[in-house]
Design a protein around this ligand. Structure first.
Ligand SMILES: *Cc1c(COP(=O)(O)O)cnc(C)c1O
Length: 358
């Protein structure tokens, strides 16, 4: 159980520890400016909107946040969702139906898996980031409508898809492309726009405010027409109360910071910390600039014991077991923050090596 604010130093079960477990990559979740934006919005707009946005819950704070995302990512349509989970299920069930085919990377997030299942489309799983296998699957499956769906930065391995290549394969076969940028938004790309915004052949980009943006809620960035369709059809949006204005206001403040020179500085610090770790622990996988490393232990039960031993040493690291990751690949998932200091990375690697290898 956590007390107080999120940050590099966090109080867990009454003891302060150094956290390498959060997705708060830029250190914004505990930022005073986001807190103050939320407080101001609560004083102005209260704590809840009382209904779905389609009934009477459509608040100015929602509309302003959608406009801020459109401006940030340079798209014509944005639709807010109450979480990334709700965004994936809402988007996939809106765009797919029985008789359609969805091509899904085998390591896609549970919210994508659930969205595919709920849609009743035929699901064709392709091997992780394997475009040849995707092409093979696309030759095999016809269908009224065909959609490819993938994360860009994978949440457990920290590896990244080649967006341009994936978009080219998708386009060649006349399919649409949905990319989930949950771990890329705020972290990668110009102004932290992620890795998909620059590619014209992506139909929908999913982003969350709950990770690097330090807030809560999510969005689909797309065309005006699809945003309109989502407004009318996405069940996780239509049949759910709108986000509190305070949450939307905090997200909007986060976008301002992410886009600013300070955002660039935070991304540079994060990248330096991440590179330091990868230099010290080459076996921890992941892409150079992605602040996620996975230290595979293999022993699906032993990994929890290692996690507890690290916590006793004051280090909070996520131990991840199947079914979150494939059997036999239990691991420590280590994530970094712009707020980490080089000395904390030194301690992390020394202590973890001692705990695992004795
Ligand atoms: C975390 C995550 C989500 C869910 O986002 P929330 O806003 O936390 O519901 C969706 N997709 C991916 C890839 C994620 O890592």
């Amino acid at each position: 159980m956590v007390d107080g604010r999120q940050g590099v130093r966090v109080v867990v079960d009454g003891a302060e520890v150094t956290s390498f477990a959060s997705n708060d990559y830029l250190g914004l979740a505990g930022d005073d400016r986001l807190a103050h934006a939320a407080i101001e919005a609560i004083e102005h707009g209260g704590t809840g909107v009382g209904a779905s946005r389609l009934i009477v819950g459509n608040h100015r704070a929602h509309v302003e946040l959608e406009a801020a995302v459109m401006d940030w990512l340079g798209v014509d349509g944005v639709r807010l969702f109450n979480s990334g989970y709700a965004a994936n299920t809402g988007v996939l069930t809106t765009l797919l139906r029985e008789g359609d085919v969805v091509f899904s990377d085998e390591l896609n997030h549970a919210s994508i898996v659930d969205g595919c299942r709920l849609s009743r489309a035929t699901i064709a799983i392709y091997r992780h980031r394997d475009l040849a296998d995707l092409e093979r699957a696309m030759k095999q499956h016809g269908g009224r409508r065909r959609i490819v769906v993938s994360e860009t930065v994978f949440s457990m391995d920290g590896d990244v898809v080649d967006v341009e290549a994936l978009a080219a394969v998708t386009k060649r076969s006349g399919a649409s492309l949905i990319l989930d940028e949950a771990h890329a938004m705020g972290v990668l790309g110009i102004e932290g726009r992620g890795v998909a915004a620059a590619c014209r052949d992506v139909d929908v980009v999913i982003g969350t405010f709950g990770k690097a943006l330090g807030s809560f809620g999510a969005f689909a960035a797309t065309t005006k027409a699809i945003a309109e369709l989502l407004w009318n059809r996405a069940r996780s949006l239509v049949f759910s109360t709108g986000l509190p204005p305070s949450v939307a206001a905090a997200s909007k403040r986060a976008i301002e910071i992410v886009r600013s020179a300070e955002g660039d500085e935070r991304r540079a610090k994060l990248s330096a910390i991440t590179r330091q770790f990868r230099a010290q622990v080459p076996r921890a996988g992941g892409s150079a600039n992605v602040p996620i490393a996975s230290w595979v232990i293999g022993d699906d039960r032993g990994v929890e014991e290692i996690g507890r031993a690290l916590l006793r040493e004051g280090l909070l690291v996520a131990s991840v077991r199947p079914p979150t990751v494939p059997v036999g690949t239990a691991r420590l998932r280590i994530s970094f923050s712009a707020g980490h200091e080089p000395s904390e990375i030194e301690d992390l690697t020394t202590i973890t090596q001692r705990v695992i290898y004795g």
